[in-house]
Design a protein around this ligand. Structure first.
Ligand code: NAP
Ligand code: GDD
Length: 355
């Protein structure tokens, strides 16, 4: 990846650089935290109060860094709470802020459009305003989304018109535009990564790829007979989250802030993903997958495929994991996790019987 040495006006890094990540407990937040910790960053993450544990994806990191004496901190805050954000920024004074926090489920955004807009759109303004009012000299990454392109035809690049098709997509367009506006109005080093779908074994269980890989594991091990999905025709440009977080960091290392499309340039349908995932476990997907209209959306995004040539050219970024490798990685991880769980369950049963 091409990363220029920081020039005039950049953040001086005499000591360990500090990164603040909103959404650190999510899929991308966890990969980004791993990536930045390997680069020697002091990492601060915002976590929400929850009645159950919500730090599973970063617990290993916390443990590892704790032992090695590195710096990793989690702070309670919420994108819907401006004062918590302002306090954290004033206290931590990060060099780089990665705004990944979001109600990120498109279908759910139709059920809770107001909350989604509050967190995704206004949450971004709250963060930007806190930076401006505190007078923080930092670099800002905004997690924009290919969902903003909605119904415009592929391939989509930075020059493609936005036509969002969901409350989530609309809120992301606002967040994207307001980040651009703070760059133009106040000279903030704010860059937006327009990321296409990226997945991993850490993907939330209700996104379609993970829903499929988990179902394949359950069916393969005899714990489930059917998988109900919605629109099998929708096409997505699916890449690996671990590759994509590297592009986020690369954007903030450029002298000039800018916007970049990040994706693999290859699209597949939901049906093709399911076919490949079942086939990897030796199963014929047509025997198990049924369509349930409950999973249809009021408006669908039919076809997303990235033209990431600007990121190739300027950032030197390219994805490493291919579509078949991603499918295999996710199915293998879910099979291994379920096998471990079942083994653990059997051991627990054996122990109970011994008593
Ligand atoms: P994710 O797994 O759903 O993680 C979302 C994160 O946001 C979680 O840490 C979540 O906390 C946190 N969050 C939710 N509501 C919040 C609130 N009110 N205040 C503070 N934090 C809140 O999403 P992801 O896949 O990692 O995606 C990261 C970002 O990239 C999101 O902004 C998403 O919209 C965007 N994006 C994702 C993709 C993709 O394909 N993955 C593509 C384009 C853009 P909890 O853990 O407590 O729920
Ligand atoms: N979730 C889900 N569940 N989606 C299904 C199902 C199902 O049972 N059946 C079919 N689909 C279709 C959806 O209709 C959609 O067309 C496609 O599978 C992908 O759905 P998701 O995996 O939920 O992802 P998404 O594309 O809507 O949104 C993700 O990618 C965006 C980037 O384009 C999320 O990560 C967003 O946060 C992200 O911005």
């Amino acid at each position: 990846m091409r990363v220029r040495p920081r020039g005039t006006g950049s953040v001086a890094h005499c000591t360990m650089p500090k990164a603040l990540i909103t959404g650190i407990t999510g899929q991308d937040g966890s990969y980004l935290a791993e990536f930045l910790s390997a680069k020697g960053y002091e990492i601060h993450g915002l976590k929400r109060r929850s009645s159950s544990f919500n730090t599973d994806r970063v617990d290993h990191l916390y443990e590892d860094l704790h032992k090695s004496g590195a710096k990793f901190f989690l702070h309670f805050a919420d994108l819907s709470d401006a004062s918590s954000l302002a306090w954290c920024l004033a206290d931590i004074r990060p060099d780089e802020i990665y705004n990944l926090g979001a109600q990120s489920h498109v279908k759910v955004s139709f059920d809770i459009p107001e909350y989604t807009s509050d967190v995704v759109a206004l949450g971004t303004v709250r963060l930007l305003e806190a930076i401006r009012r505190i007078g923080l000299k930092c670099r800002f990454y905004q997690a924009s989304s290919s969902e903003m392109f909605g119904s415009t035809l592929p391939p989509q690049s930075e020059a493609t018109r936005f036509h969002p098709r969901s409350p989530y997509g609309c809120a992301k367009v606002f967040a994207h535009q307001i980040a651009v506006n703070y760059r133009e109005s106040y000279g903030l080093h704010a860059s937006c990564g327009i990321l296409f779908n990226h997945e991993s074994p850490r993907r939330g269980e209700t996104f379609v790829t993970r829903k499929i890989s988990r179902a394949v594991a359950h069916i393969r091990l005899g714990l489930q007979d059917q998988l109900y999905l919605g629109n099998l025709e929708a096409r997505r440009d699916w890449g690996f989250a671990g590759d994509f977080v590297e592009a986020m960091w690369a954007m903030l290392q450029q002298d000039q802030p800018d916007d970049y499309v990040i994706g693999t340039g290859e699209a597949h349908s939901v049906g093709e993903f399911a076919e490949a995932a079942f086939a990897h476990a030796g199963l014929d997907w047509r025997k198990y997958v049924k369509v349930d209209p409950r999973y249809y959306r009021p408006a669908e995004v039919d076809d997303l495929r990235a033209d990431a040539s600007k990121a190739h050219r300027v950032l030197g970024w390219r994805p490493r994991v291919s579509f078949p490798e991603l499918v295999r990685m996710m199915v293998d991880a879910d099979l291994a996790a379920l096998e471990r769980k079942l083994k653990g369950g059997m051991e627990a049963v054996a122990l109970t019987k011994e008593r």
